[in-house]
Design a protein around this ligand. Structure first.
Ligand code: BES
Ligand code: MN
Ligand code: ZN
Length: 515
């Protein structure tokens, strides 16, 4: 659950008297148990009967008396979790993922047994620092523990499981360093949980106004600067894209701007997220089947806003500005029509071929405005922008589009480290041609071929030379690759990429690099 207590202690395993104590078991190349010798007797007795081999994702739960170690434990249950042969893994990203996966597995076992508080013995292995284990294991536990129960009033079970309230890492060394890792894990997991909560809210439970209210509260709690642009401001500023998309709706649009300013003024990173709270398609109405999923069309905005929660807590040495253009896309009497022409912020005109290609319309205004106003050194936008990216990459990678080699490389590396993989797709003049209009500057669709690229090229028009990356998360924001720490429903994809990107940011990194 949100804000699960994550504590790191030097409590002895014999003293842990909670409901569940977890022991992680790794193997060497020959299949022998390695790591914590304290558990050797129990492991060897199980190995004799081939009941637990320690291979990846294997779990075995034991009740007292614990075989040859009957006297050793006070806990109610022991859970053995296999990690497989960690020493043969050379890629650090893979190690992170093994730990997250183990963490997610622990959370699901806690749910099975309705355990609210869990203790985990922290192992140490050659080449796998305990800080890394601490960070990603904790992250996996917290992410795997996620549930959305807000609208469940009737419970068939007598005692519904409410999730973990406390996770305790039992360590023998480096207490302070592992504590710092746990804080990082707690921050990023809480941000992801916030993003999933927003996304799980239905279209009538999460409107543009909800986005604005949430941002204002965040600003108050974490000393961020929050500005909300109302419809009238948008009209005055000439933001013809978002105003047009909102025309068929009864819900007022909002542009949420959240700004974190570090003590020492340095560079600026702009984050933009598509906050489309329900996408009916507008007059170019979507088919009924699956339309319900379009409540998730705000996942880019949710990722950006939730990442700001961690920004406010960790206070990086770079200015971070988040902009979320938020509205729904409806087909009321005043709705935008195919054939209409709109004028974006900054003056570029666009012919509307489909009112269902609305994401790019609201993002174009936000990008152009944000770049002009905040002069960022780099811009990252996240959007559930096209069905086309799902045809291209399925539910396993998000599409990455960028005008900057360095930025693309860095994001791909960060994505790997987070278990949120990105695959770069090309941009180019050939694709720009597809969105040429007969009578306006551009049109808002480029036909079937390479739909995710022509959508990215639409956005490209509005970023100029500013280093920019666009993440099309339509395939990953929900229905993301099945993993122990990714529940069904919204994944929170992108939140951890943004957080890790900001943690790694160093001044001047992206200067003077073309595409
Ligand atoms: N929000 C959708 C994209 C989407 C589709 C996300 C399916 C996740 C799952 C977007 O607004 C949209 O409708 N895009 C159209 C664009 C087309 C009309 C050019 C699409 O991809 O079909
Ligand atoms: Mn659409
Ligand atoms: Zn959409």
């Amino acid at each position: 659950m949100k804000n699960t207590k994550l504590v790191v202690s030097t409590k002895k395993i014999e003293e842990y008297s909670g409901d569940l104590l977890v022991i992680l078991v790794a193997l060497d190349e020959k299949g022998n148990f390695i790591g914590d010798d304290r558990f050797r007797p129990i492991l060897e007795s199980l190995a004799e009967y081939k009941e637990f081999t320690g291979k990846k994702e294997e779990q075995l739960q034991l009740y007292p008396p614990f075989g040859p170690m009957a006297e050793k434990f006070q806990c109610r249950r022991l859970l053995l979790v296999g990690l497989g042969c960690v020493s043969s893994i050379t890629d650090n990203n893979v190690k992170n993922e093994v730990m997250r996966t183990a963490g997610g597995g622990i959370a699901s076992q806690c749910k099975n047994c309705k355990v609210a508080s869990v203790g985990i013995c922290m192992p140490a292995y050659d080449g796998l620092p305990d800080t890394v284990i601490g960070e990603f294991l904790s992250e996996g536990v917290l992410l795997g523990d996620y549930q959305f129960l807000k609208y469940k009033t009737e419970n068939t079970q007598e005692n519904p499981y409410q999730g973990l309230t406390k996770v305790e890492l039992l360590v023998t060394t480096r207490l302070q360093a592992i504590r710092r890792s746990a804080v990082k894990a707690g921050n990023s997991a809480n941000s992801v949980i916030t993003a999933r909560d927003m996304a799980n809210e239905p279209g009538n439970g999460w409107t543009a106004s909800h986005f604005a209210k949430h941002a204002m509260e965040l600003a108050k709690n974490l000393q961020l600067r929050c500005t909300i642009l109302e419809r009238k401001d948008m009209v005055d500023l000439g933001m013809g894209g978002i105003v047009a998309v909102n025309q068929g709706s009864e819900e007022p649009p909002k542009i949420i701007i959240l700004e974190y300013v570090p003590e020492r003024q340095g560079e600026t990173i702009l984050l933009v997220g598509k906050g489309l709270t329900f996408d009916s398609g507008g007059i170019s109405l979507k088919p009924a089947q699956g339309m319900m999923d379009m409540k998730y069309d705000m996942c880019g905005g949710a990722a950006v806003l939730s990442a700001m929660e961690t920004v406010g807590r960790e206070k990086p040495g770079v200015r971070v500005v988040a902009i979320i253009p938020a509205t729904d896309n409806m087909s009321g009497g005043g709705a935008l029509k195919p054939g209409d022409i709109i004028t974006h912020y900054g003056g570029i005109t666009a012919e509307i071929e489909s009112t269902d290609a609305e994401g790019r319309l609201i993002l174009a205004d936000a990008l152009a405005y944000g770049i002009e106003k905040f002069r960022p050194d780099c811009v990252i936008d996240l959007a559930t922008l096209t069905g086309s990216v799902i045809f291209a990459l399925g539910h396993h990678y998000s599409g990455l589009f960028s005008n900057n080699q360095q930025l693309a490389k860095e994001l791909i590396a960060v994505g790997k480290a987070c278990g949120e993989p990105l695959w770069r797709l090309p941009l180019g003049e050939m694709y720009v041609k597809q969105i040429k209009s007969q009578i306006a500057d551009i049109k808002n669709t480029g036909g079937k071929p390479a739909g995710c690229i022509t959508a990215a090229e639409y956005l490209h028009k509005f970023v100029g030379k500013t280093p920019w990356a666009h993440l099309d998360i339509a395939g990953t924001a929900w229905d993301f690759t099945e993993k122990t720490y990714i529940p069904k429903g919204p994944s929170g994809f992108g939140v951890r990429i943004l957080i890790e990107f900001l943690r790694r940011w160093e001044n001047g990194k992206l200067k003077d690099e073309g595409c």
